[in-house]
Design a protein around this ligand. Structure first.
Ligand code: HEC
Ligand code: HEC
Ligand code: HEC
Length: 358
């Protein structure tokens, strides 16, 4: 019996050594140009389907029917995913043709995945393929926005898709003062007018302080502020472009206060802004964010006229400790610790209802 085991062990070692020799010799093709054998491809895809099904168990989708959410996912899809997966406007992008396995045209394959599975794929990527993971941790809200868009993708024709991902950059008569990057990139989310498309999908930048805009772009670019949407965009900009774009948006007229909101919530929010929440050691927001004529540090963002949904989102990210920010972000720590969710909603409603003279 023992002799038997010894023989088996020797055979296994010999096989392993042979495998090493073959691998070292380099005759096994790992070149993508040869493609996978059908059986390898089947096995990889099968393993991926099983992995996705298992890992997405227990994930519950938030509500995905908000059009602002799908819009947020749409522009990101066009910039970051369509070069591989194509879009109704360009079904077979050049980059994708040489890839192994090829990135599928999603409108045709999405039916096989449920929402939680799509979330898992977009959040974590797929090993052994070109499919990348979401660039930042902690931003599940952004990944869900992409899933919200994917659900609507199969129903869109090229024209509807273009309208969705270009917004007013396609129709505005753009004057010479508008930097071309605003038309090709930033304006597709923030608007050429800087007010943010689809109230609440994107932050308004118009009239924001130039120092804060610039410091925020730098923070995204070096990964100190965490967003899988803004991070890659900011990292591509040169320092000069960051300055030009910050000046452009800061110089535009700010939002007029259009978001009425619930009067009682606004009144509660105003109280927090003026006095803070002394019992929870939350300082008065107004001392850093206004309104009021105090000369404030230019790195403190203006909040007046920002969309309520955007303010509430940023406060929630502070709460969860995943927002990051500029070198002044520590000033928000007592706020993040002390403010409850409903207080955050109230104070967001208050600032959204203000039109501070800027
Ligand atoms: C560099 C190219 C590349 C980029 C960029 C990319 N993907 Fe993929 N993706 C792939 C490849 C390759 C696969 C195929 C994986 C496989 O066959 O198992 C894939 C698979 C998928 C799948 C599963 C498709 C199916 O039905 O099998 C989804 C969904 C998906 N990607 C969504 C996205 C989204 C959303 C983005 C943008 C946030 C994105 N991908 C960005 C290459 C890419
Ligand atoms: C795909 C959509 C998209 C594009 C394109 C885009 N942004 Fe953004 N931007 C966002 C989103 C979403 C946020 C909020 C991210 C977060 O939660 O931190 C944001 C945040 C910002 C902020 C911080 C605002 C604040 O109030 O804190 C600045 C500054 C900014 N973007 C500038 C730009 C500039 C300049 C460009 C063009 C080079 C650009 N963005 C392109 C989606 C986009
Ligand atoms: C001591 C000064 C200070 C106080 C007090 C303060 N903040 Fe801030 N807040 C900041 C700074 C600085 C930032 C910019 C953080 C960064 O990105 O680096 C900020 C950012 C924010 C943002 C994100 C804005 C955006 O466009 O992304 C929100 C929302 C906010 N604060 C809400 C509040 C609220 C609500 C209160 C009161 C309950 C408050 N803050 C009190 C200094 C302060």
């Amino acid at each position: 019996m023992r002799r038997h085991w010894k023989k088996l062990l020797a055979a296994a070692l010999a096989l392993g050594a042979l495998g090493m020799i073959v691998a070292v010799s380099g005759v096994i093709p790992v070149r993508a140009s040869g493609g996978h054998w059908a059986v390898t491809e089947w096995l990889l895809h099968f393993a991926m389907r099983r992995s996705v099904a298992t890992h997405s168990m227990g994930t519950t989708a938030p509500r995905l029917d908000d059009p602002a959410m799908a819009l947020k996912g749409a522009v990101h899809y066009d910039l970051a995913c369509s070069p591989c997966h194509g879009s109704p406007a360009q079904r077979s992008p050049r980059l994708a043709r040489g890839m192994v396995p090829p990135p599928p045209y999603l409108a045709l394959t999405l039916g096989q995945w449920d929402q939680a599975e799509l979330f898992d794929i977009v959040r974590h990527g797929v090993k052994f393929t070109g499919m990348p993971a979401w660039p930042t941790a902690g931003r599940d809200d952004e990944v869900w926005a992409v899933v919200a868009f994917l659900r609507a993708l199969p129903r869109r024709d090229a024209a509807a898709y273009e309208r969705m991902v270009r917004g007013d950059t396609a129709v505005t008569v753009v004057s010479a003062e508008v930097p071309s990057l605003v038309v090709d990139n930033c304006g597709r989310c923030h608007g050429v007018d800087g007010r943010g498309r689809a109230p609440g999908a994107f932050p308004a930048l118009a009239g924001q302080r130039v120092e804060y805009l610039l410091a925020s772009l730098e923070a995204y670019a070096r990964g100190a502020r965490h967003s899988g949407m803004m991070g890659p965009v900011a990292a591509e900009l040169t320092p000069e472009e960051r300055v030009t774009l910050s000046r452009y948006y800061s110089g535009l007229p700010a939002l007029p206060a259009t978001e009425g909101g619930d009067a009682a919530a606004i009144a509660r929010g105003a109280e927090i802004a003026r006095r803070g929440v002394p019992g929870a050691r939350v300082p008065a927001c107004a001392s850093c964010h206004g309104p009021g004529g105090v000369e404030r540090n230019p790195r403190h963002p203006r909040l007046a006229g920002q969309h309520a949904a955007e303010l509430a989102l940023q406060l929630e990210l502070f709460r969860q400790g995943v927002r990051g920010g500029t070198s002044y972000v520590h000033l928000m720590a007592p706020v993040a610790r002390g403010l409850t969710r409903s207080q955050a909603r109230d104070v967001a409603a208050y600032y959204a209802s203000l039109a501070e003279p800027r």
